[in-house]
Design a protein around this ligand. Structure first.
Ligand SMILES: [Zn+2]
Length: 428
């Protein structure tokens, strides 16, 4: 792997990224009070939220107090914008004073105010190894949605040269990457892999003929197998970032590969979507964000994504907690004995056992509490079932933090289009 000495060390903003937890809290409390006071004065929707919750801005003094406010789900932005066009009363400035306006699927209008570093991805790019002098190919859409521009703007701040390549057009993309000596790729992991396939088809050697050194991957989930494939084939470093069209940067990976550090300039809570209460480290819940953005009052914005956080120290020196991974979407998850389980978790768990051909998780009402049974079809009959059962039960308990039964069933019992998690509890 080609490594430049300073590419993989250092910080974009050392003072902020390595701040002590006490100082971080003081800083966030201060920003929170400023933002709440401002939103209450200038955003009609923020005033409505406070009225509805029966509290005044002065009641929100620290980051722990935000729990007093309701969550504004991403899906409710559609209704809010219809009720009070164009921005649902969340904008604190007339919309003809904005720099840009986007339209994302929903449909939801997304504002971009005239302020520097609006999307806040600089820290993430720096942590992924992007530096001044890089030639960067941005392969997200520039059409209506903020994706392409959102990631281009911070690259300018870092001093990179950007090619706004957009989506598709493999021939042109390979030509650009090869002939301009592109050193950084920004886009989806699957697209980078397609680009690699196409370049090879055109007779190029990915390591000898291309100059790529770093990549910043987003939108799609980056599995470890994908990361390894990309790093080995291209001889580069692959790091991912997580954000949304409304918020911009939320979390990003450092070189240690131990999850995504939560951005310093927002409050991130992991919340039980049913109760709105904040969860602790390791507990899976919805990612809820309060943005320190004066122009657009996103206070307790529910992203609809499920994750959990890890606040153990990271060897990179950054002190923010990390999201080890995104688990999936809230609306696809099932709750059992107070814990969320998502098909992506059970898929990952089962993929560790090559002897399993197919499986389905069935949730039923038990005598004392709800029960979870993994019904499993095996690849062959010559397997020590007792041993496999014991191993599986341990893995289930460790991964999902729940006890589950294991049942082996004949091949062909699980229907082709069966749900991964089938909830058979009677809710009446
Ligand atoms: Zn780190």
């Amino acid at each position: 792997m080609r490594r430049e000495s300073d590419r993989f060390s250092g910080y974009f903003n050392q003072a902020m990224e390595t701040i002590s937890s006490g100082e971080r809290e003081d800083y966030q409390n201060h920003l929170l009070r400023t933002i709440i006071e401002y939103a209450h004065r200038h955003s009609p929707r923020a005033r409505e939220i406070f009225r509805g919750a029966g509290i005044a801005p002065e009641d929100i003094r620290t980051i722990r107090d935000v729990e007093k406010l309701p969550i504004t789900e991403k899906t409710s932005l559609i209704t809010l914008q219809k009720k009070e066009p164009p921005f649902g009363g969340l904008l604190t400035t007339p919309h003809n004073r904005l720099r840009k306006i986007y339209l994302t699927p929903g449909p939801i209008f997304v504002p971009e105010a005239k302020q520097s570093r609006y999307w806040r991805w600089e820290t993430a790019f720096y942590a992924a190894g992007f530096r001044k002098g890089d030639i960067v190919q941005v392969t997200l859409s520039y059409h209506l949605t903020p994706g392409g521009w959102m990631l281009e703007e911070p690259l300018h701040s870092l001093g990179c040269t950007v090619i706004s390549a957009g989506v598709g057009n493999l021939d042109a993309q390979v030509k650009i990457m090869h002939e301009l000596g592109v050193t950084g790729f920004v886009g989806m992991p699957s697209f980078l892999l397609s680009l690699g396939d196409h370049a090879e088809k055109l007779g190029l050697d990915l390591q000898e003929d291309l100059s790529l050194e770093v990549s910043f991957l987003t939108i799609e989930l980056l599995t470890e197998a994908m990361r390894e494939g990309i790093e080995n084939r291209f001889g580069i470093v692959a790091r991912q970032g997580y954000g949304t069209a409304e918020v911009g940067a939320i979390a990003y990976e450092c070189m240690e590969n131990r999850g995504m550090h939560i951005a310093d300039d927002l409050i991130l809570e992991i919340v039980d979507p049913e109760t709105g209460k904040r969860l602790g480290p390791g507990e899976t819940g919805e990612v809820v964000v309060t943005l320190f953005n004066k122009a657009y009052s996103l206070i307790r914005f529910g992203t609809g994504d499920l994750s959990y956080y890890d606040d153990s120290p990271c060897p990179c020196g950054r002190t923010s907690a990390r999201l080890p991974r995104l688990v999936g979407r809230v609306d696809q998850a099932t709750k059992l004995r107070g814990v969320f389980i998502h098909p992506s978790q059970t898929d990952q768990l089962m993929s560790r056992y090559p002897e399993i051909k197919k499986y389905q998780v069935v949730i039923t009402r038990g005598e004392k509490s709800d029960e979870m049974t993994f019904q499993i079809e095996l690849e062959t009959e010559h397997i020590d079932e007792e041993r496999l059962k014991a191993n599986l039960q341990t893995s289930i308990r460790e991964t999902l933090k729940l006890r589950g039964k294991v049942e082996f069933i004949p091949k062909g019992s699980i229907l082709e289009r069966a749900k991964t998690i089938e909830d058979r509890r009677d809710w009446c």
